[in-house]
Design a protein around this ligand. Sequence first.
Ligand code: SF4
Ligand code: SF4
Length: 114
Amino acid sequence: MADFGFFLKKARTINLSHADMRKTEQLLNAVPSYKRCISCGGCTASCSARQFTDFNIRKAHLYFKRGQYDRLEEELQKCMLCGKCMLVCPRGVNLRSLIINMRQILSNTTEILA
Ligand code: SF4
Ligand code: SF4
């Protein structure tokens, strides 16, 4: 096969009907501005932590929204809470609060699942 210098990833299917959305609902109640997110990626493009790590804040909040929490708690520790992403967000999402709440919700699993 010819080498074009890139490859196409296999398509992924996520069945949201089977996902537990309780944590997402809790996050949306705590940070209502997140409902306005359009997943544009502006936050990732401006992220200070991204200059030193592979942290991707858009991916992190998108995975949380979909109920995919694998290694997310660890990933969110890369954020320095500098707030730079909030300055560029075209939808006025309160990203610092979003990150703090995601961390809190993930560390309080037993309380949420009760
Ligand atoms: S910049 Fe704002 S609207 Fe764009 S992905 Fe980030 S949080 Fe969502
Ligand atoms: S608050 Fe966190 S996610 Fe936002 S720019 Fe700073 S390090 Fe990146």
